[in-house]
Write a protein that binds this ligand. Structure first.
Ligand SMILES: [Ca+2]
Ligand SMILES: [Ca+2]
Length: 124
């Protein structure tokens, strides 16, 4: 069977003047298992030409299973900077972050609480 979800992803980098240049990968794990994930967003590191983007909307096709009450996300996202070290916006070594439809959930990033990736998902 399967179903689709729509994910609104917002990249927040507190120290950035203007919009960020995020790169990395975000996955959704419908069963809550880290090993089984579907790609929500992916951007390769292009250094000085990494695209500037504050948010993206992504439709993800989940190929099997029933609609769960909560979705589980993981992500490793960096933010490209030209004159200093790249910032860490999300990392997944602390496990999955979960939440119900329509509620903003946050993948935490580096040392600043203003560095994170926020995801709001809904059934499509
Ligand atoms: Ca930055
Ligand atoms: Ca930047």
């Amino acid at each position: 069977m399967g179903y689709k979800i729509k994910c609104y992803v917002r990249f927040n980098n507190s120290g950035e003047a203007g919009d960020p240049e995020p790169y990395g990968r975000i996955l959704v794990h419908p069963d809550g298992e880290q090993e089984a994930g579907f790609v929500v967003w992916e951007q390769e590191n292009k250094y000085n030409s990494t695209p500037t983007v504050a948010s993206v909307t992504s439709i993800v096709e989940i190929s099997s299973g029933d609609r769960p009450e909560e979705m589980h996300f993981s992500g490793n996202v960096m933010e490209s900077d030209f004159n200093n070290m790249d910032d860490l916006l999300a990392r997944s070594d602390e496990g999955l972050v979960s939440g119900p439809a329509g509620k903003e959930i946050k993948l935490p990033g580096g040392e600043s609480s203003g560095d994170y990736v926020a995801i709001t998902w809904n059934y499509e």
